[in-house]
Design a protein around this ligand. Structure first.
Ligand code: RFL
Ligand code: PHB
Length: 388
C-alpha cells in the first residue's frame, strides 16, 4: 500500500490529523492497534480549550461540540471548606467547553467514514522503517498477514506507550520525566453535577475535582496514593470521601448514584524532545504527558496536530519551513502547559511529606488568587489555553 502520510494511532490526534490532511487532498492511512469500540470505550479528557473547538470546526467536525458542548466562563477553586470563582470571561474574554474525548473521537471516526478515510484496526506489530531517509515505510500484521505502507512522512500519534517514540535511536531524543507520588481515582455516574462549573478543591485529606460530561452525567476525581487500586473503593466510600473534601455547600447538592466507570490514573509530567526524527514526527501523548490537573493533554495533542498539518500542507506546496520548525513550535507550547499543570498540581494536591507549613503555603497562595486580579488573570489565560 502507498499513502502520502502514514499515521500510527487512531486516537484523537491521529484521526484529527488524517481528517485535516484528507480535506487538503493529502492521502493518509491510520494504523490503530485496537478495535474502534475499544478506543471509544476509554473515558478520558472532558475539557476543550477554545482553540481546540476551533480546530474541530475547521476540520468539519464541530457539530457535536456545538450542539452538546457546555461552555463554561469560569471555574471554582476551593480550600478550607469554601470556594471562589475564577472568571475566565472577565479576565481573558473566553471560556472553555465541556465535551468528552469519547465524543470527540466518535465525531472524528464518523467524519473519517463519511470521507472514505482509511483506518486499519487491529494493526499489530507496527514497525517503522527508514524514517531517517527520504523513503520511509511502516509494516504491520493484520489477521496474521504482513502488510507494508510506503509513504513520504510518518506521524507517531500512538500515545505514551506506542511504538513511535521507541523507534528513534537512543541518544537522539532527550526525555524529561517526573512521576508524581499520587494518582486520580476517577468515576463517572449518571447524576447531576454538584455545581454548574468545575470545582478544584485543595483539602488536607487530598485533592478533589468535580467535573461533568453533561447536565445529567458527573465525573468526579479523588487524589489517591499512586499504588491505590480502584477495586478497593466501594461506591459509598467514594461518595463519603468526596463529600469530606469539597465545600459543604457543594456537598449538600451532591446526588449519588451507581458508577458507570471507575479507574485510577497515574500523574506524570513527561517530555521527549525533539519531536521529529527525519520523516517521523511525534504527536500528542507519544511525545508528552501532563498531569490532568490543568486539562491540557488532549488540547496539546490538538495544537501539535495544528502545527503538523500546517507543516505538511506547506511541504506539499514545496515549502519545508513548517517541517523544520514543527518540533520547536510544538515544544514551546508543550513546556508552557507542563509548567502550568505542574504549578496547578502543586497548588492543589497533598504531598506525602507535606507538613502544616506546606499546607498553609498552599492555602495562602489560593487566598492570594482570590484577592489578586493579576494572579487570577495569569491563571485564567493559561487555563483557557495559550494561543497557537
Ligand atoms: P491516545 O489517546 O493515547 O491515542 C493513541 C492511540 O494509539 C494507539 N496505539 C497504537 N496503534 C498502533 N500501533 C501501536 N503500536 C500503538 N500503540 C498505541 C492506541 O490504541 C490509541 O488509540 O493519544 P493522543 O491521540 O495523543 O491523545 C491524547 C489524549 O488522549 C490525552 O492527552 C488526554 O486524554 C489527557 N487527559 C486530558 N486532556 C485534556 O486536554 N483535558 C482533560 O480534561 C483531560 N483529562 C486526561 C484527562 C487523561 C486522563 N487519563 C486517563 C490519563 C483525564 C484523565 C483521567
Ligand atoms: C474532566 O472533565 O475529566 C477533567 C476536567 C478538568 C480537568 C481534568 C479532567 O482538569
Amino acid at each position: 500500500m502507498r499513502a502520502q502520510v502514514c499515521i500510527i494511532g487512531g486516537g484523537p490526534s491521529g484521526l484529527l490529523l488524517s481528517q485535516l490532511l484528507h480535506r487538503e487532498g493529502i492521502d493518509t492511512v491510520v494504523l490503530e492497534r485496537r478495535s474502534r469500540d475499544h478506543v471509544l470505550s476509554r473515558i478520558r479528557a472532558g475539557l476543550l480549550e477554545a482553540g481546540t473547538v476551533g480546530m474541530l470546526r475547521g476540520a468539519g467536525v464541530g457539530a457535536g461540540v456545538g450542539e452538546n458542548g457546555l461552555v463554561h466562563g469560569g471555574c471554582q477553586l476551593a480550600f478550607r471548606n469554601r470556594g471562589f470563582r475564577v472568571d475566565f470571561e472577565r479576565h481573558v474574554g473566553k471560556g472553555v467547553t465541556i465535551y468528552g474525548q469519547t465524543e470527540v473521537t466518535r465525531d472524528l471516526y464518523d467524519a473519517r467514514d463519511a470521507m472514505g478515510g482509511t483506518v486499519v484496526h487491529h494493526a499489530e506489530d507496527v514497525v517503522i522503517g527508514d524514517a531517517d531517509t527520504d523513503s520511509p515505510h511502516v509494516t504491520y500484521v493484520k489477521d496474521g498477514t504482513g502488510h507494508r505502507v510506503d509513504c513520504d512522512w510518518i506521524a507517531g500519534c500512538d500515545g505514551f506507550h506506542g511504538v513511535s517514540r521507541r523507534s528513534i535511536p537512543p541518544g537522539v531524543v532527550k526525555e524529561f520525566e517526573r512521576v508524581h507520588p499520587f494518582g486520580w481515582l476517577g468515576i463517572l455516574s449518571d447524576v447531576p453535577p454538584v455545581a454548574e462549573e468545575l470545582i478544584y478543591a485543595n483539602h488536607p485529606r487530598g485533592f478533589a475535582l468535580c467535573t461533568m460530561r453533561s447536565r445529567t452525567r458527573s465525573r468526579y476525581y479523588l487524589q489517591v496514593p499512586a499504588s491505590e487500586k480502584a477495586e478497593n473503593w466501594t461506591e459509598d466510600a467514594f461518595w463519603d470521601e468526596l463529600r469530606r473534601r469539597i465545600p459543604d455547600d457543594a456537598a449538600d447538592n451532591m446526588v449519588t448514584g451507581p458508577f458507570i466507570e471507575k479507574s485510577v490514573a497515574p500523574l506524570r509530567s513527561f517530555v521527549a524532545e525533539p519531536m521529529r526524527w527525519g520523516r517521523l514526527f511525534l504527536v500528542g501523548d507519544a511525545a508528552h504527558i501532563v498531569p490532568p490537573t490543568g486539562a491540557k493533554g488532549l488540547n496539546l495533542a490538538v495544537s501539535d496536530v495544528h502545527y503538523l498539518s500546517t507543516a505538511l500542507i506547506q511541504a506539499y506546496g514545496g515549502d519545508m519551513t513548517g517541517v523544520e520548525n514543527y518540533s520547536g513550535k510544538a515544544l514551546a507550547r508543550v513546556w508552557g502547559a507542563i509548567r502550568f499543570s505542574w504549578w496547578f498540581t502543586a497548588l492543589t494536591h497533598r504531598f506525602p511529606d507535606q507538613d502544616d507549613l506546606a499546607q498553609r503555603l498552599q492555602e495562602t497562595e489560593i487566598a492570594y488568587l482570590e484577592t489578586s486580579d493579576a494572579a487570577r488573570k495569569s491563571m485564567a489565560e493559561q487555563y483557557v489555553g495559550l494561543p497557537f
